[in-house]
Design a binder for this molecule. Structure first.
Ligand code: FES
Length: 118
């Protein structure tokens, strides 16, 4: 089983990685795909195509369960507000193996959510 916790919502979801339906947002089995599958609000202004930074998350735990960052994601992340060493784009971060992943949605994105009203 894969287990993902989204902070600060403190919402944890558990699922069979092989059985996760693809919801057409971000890469299949990406953190964004997981969020959409479980109705967790995570901004994704570009629809998950690595063309914005609104899906920026900070990986607190379980980075080893995720794919390696590619150059496109790295370049895009360089433009993100509040960039950290553990930052990823949720739409590009694919869960490749079972385990526990914890991610934090940074302030900037949270503000964007409340101000954007969607
Ligand atoms: S949703 Fe735009 S880069 Fe992830």
């Amino acid at each position: 089983m894969a287990r993902v916790t989204f902070l600060p919502l403190d919402k944890t979801v558990e699922f069979d990685l092989d059985a996760l339906p693809y919801k057409e947002h971000g890469r299949p089995k990406s953190l964004l795909d997981v969020a959409v599958n479980f109705g967790i609000h995570l901004e994704h202004a570009c629809g998950g195509s690595c063309a914005c930074t609104t899906c920026h998350v900070v990986v607190i735990k379980g980075a080893e369960c995720l794919n390696e960052m590619d150059d496109g994601e790295q370049d895009r992340l360089d433009m993100a507000a509040d960039l950290t060493l553990h930052s990823r784009l949720a739409c590009q971060s694919v869960i490749e193996q079972d385990g526990e992943v914890v991610v934090d949605i940074p302030d900037w994105n949270r503000n964007y959510v409340s101000e954007g009203g969607h």
